[in-house]
Write a protein that binds this ligand. Sequence first.
Ligand code: NAD
Ligand code: UDP
Length: 345
Amino acid sequence: MRVLVTGGAGYIGTHTCVELLNAGYEIVIVDNFSNSKPEALKRIKEITGKDFKFYSIDLLNREELEKVFLENEIESVIHFAGLKAVGESVQLPLVYYQNNITGTLILCELMQKYGVKKLVFSSSATVYGDVKSTPILENFPLSATNPYGRSKLIIEEIIRDIGVSDSEWSVAQLRYFNPIGAHPSGLIGEDPNGIPNNLMPYISQVAAGKLKELKIFGNDYPTSDGTGVRDYIHVVDLAKGHIKALEKVMLETGVDAYNLGTGRGYTVLEMVKAFEKASGKEIPYSFVERRQGDISTCFADPTKAKMKLDWAAVMGIREMCVDAWRWQSNNRDGYEVLAKVPVHT
Ligand code: NAD
Ligand code: UDP
């Protein structure tokens, strides 16, 4: 079965492509490398020993994207492509709406035109907005606190409308909690541009000596140690959730949303301790003001994914930290491969 993977060169995309290839799927990847590097695609091949078709295309380029549907017998789509930096989305809302929403509209229009109606979409726990209680269930009220989150919310609603208009569509909207870690091979992982915004890549770079100390945003939250609680999930567990979701959309029609999380929350300080243990490195930190827009506690109730997708996360924070550290220490500068210096004799 041929699966189109948009954003397949990115963090979650690369890990999912590995799982898809290992499970015997044929894949076609589309990415514009706006937040990824071609080297990531080579690494997918290195891990799996398998090849795939790749198009260096922007989803906003309808003509180019249409060629992908014309040249390949696409049966289903996993749609990762999107911009994801919360702070940047506040500065550049039009860029975010254009890229994430228009990109998805063009993709869905082409899917409709070519009769491809099976979709797995990367949504986010951010669609729950300012959550009032935990664990979070899929039927909790949805809202947005920034343009990135709003783009995910709007796309979810667009997709639900498509499902209402045409009952042949079959869509899994996957609401990820906090993906971290890396493939155990140490060959693929998260490779943020510049200074990381998210906790785990920041901690990794402190451990590697690239950044001086972690700034912990707030120690006065109503949690066990005052620092924020999140549901961290190993990216390989998350990738496997996509295979289960794909199997589901191949079997049944309708649009449904699923939480992909572990169901367990950890504080920032617990993550720092776990990473120190896994890496053998000390992580210096200091407390600073709360980050604007942050919530205190966020973790999933993953029961629906267990019941309906037969999926549950199996890896704990030890594996998440060990694998994140292996990736960081083997690839100090991510996928940046040093240019070969010509040798003159
Ligand atoms: P990522 O930035 O590593 O991957 C996204 C990929 O999409 C990149 O390779 C980028 O180059 C590509 N892309 C972006 N816009 C494109 C366009 N217009 N045309 C073609 N390619 C384009 O991000 P990720 O962490 O792998 O996230 C994947 C998806 O999951 C995103 O939609 C993101 O919003 C969502 N998500 C991520 C997280 C997280 O913490 N990583 C959490 C919740 C949801
Ligand atoms: N965090 C922190 N320092 C950082 C980055 C994050 O203290 O440099 C905290 C943040 O306040 C939150 C948790 O770590 O409580 C996870 O943050 P991240 O940005 O990774 O995920 P999100 O807040 O989007 O769930």
